[in-house]
Design a protein around this ligand. Sequence first.
Ligand SMILES: CC(C)(COP(=O)(O)OP(=O)(O)OC[C@H]1O[C@@H](n2cnc3c(N)ncnc32)[C@H](O)[C@@H]1OP(=O)(O)O)[C@@H](O)C(=O)NCCC(=O)NCCS
Length: 247
Amino acid sequence: MPIEVVTLAQRPDLEEQVEQLHEDTWDKFLEGAPWDHWETLFDTFADYQILLCEPSDVLIGLGHTVPFDWNGTTEDLPPLLDELIKRALDGRRDGRAPAALAALAAVVPEAHQKRGLSSQILEAMRAMALKHQLHSVVVPVGPTFKHLYPITPMERYVQWKRDDGAPFDPWIRLHAKLGAEMLGVAPTTAISTGTVAQWEEWTGMKFPESGDYIVPGALQPVTIDRERDLGRYEDPGVWMLHRISGA
Ligand SMILES: CC(C)(COP(=O)(O)OP(=O)(O)OC[C@H]1O[C@@H](n2cnc3c(N)ncnc32)[C@H](O)[C@@H]1OP(=O)(O)O)[C@@H](O)C(=O)NCCC(=O)NCCS
């Protein structure tokens, strides 16, 4: 059965499946981060949301992107994903021509993982950038094995290599295989905060005293402050750049 690649603007009927896939994928504790502008992916930026379907009414992969104004330097990249979407919105409102495409997330449902679908999503993102004459696709990559090494600083983890010299992390490796270069660590793509009770609910753990905790799924420890009744987690990533030739 051929895989169809469409946008959410072309197939608004798939929105419920998109929402469901997010619900099934992300750790509950990310709910404590600000996602004030996320909903605009579903209307203002619907034509930048890539969907893979097989057959045509079943979602088997998605890629969220927004076009934004970026001068090409690491310093000019907004630290939070939500700020990045806001920059894209502000640029559109002010009539500024976007320069690059930001890839916010790629998701493949568990049942369809390890089929190479994520390469198709990344290729579709690159094709989207070329179509809109954007010079690059910049991605705050969330390394998929980092949660297994939560006490290793991201700066060190991203340098790990396999014996064949390829990046250790499968998701970083795929971007590198497609020609992306690493720009540097993104220390806080999202900052999740909540009360201790919320953190206990999100994680199913107890946090009897203040301190740093290793939480399943988190890429680095979560800090609990019982006196202030506050838990805080910074979700790190690594910026990777796909240059688009011909744009
Ligand atoms: C990351 C993700 C999109 C990869 O999708 P995918 O279609 O399964 O990936 P592919 O089949 O193209 O494989 C890409 C690489 O990842 C590896 N891989 C994919 N899923 C894996 C898994 N569950 N466990 C171990 N390795 C995995 C593949 O072996 C391949 O590596 P290699 O060919 O260099 O050995 C998918 O796992 C996912 O949706 N994860 C949850 C959301 C997420 O973390 N997204 C990325 C951050 S935004």
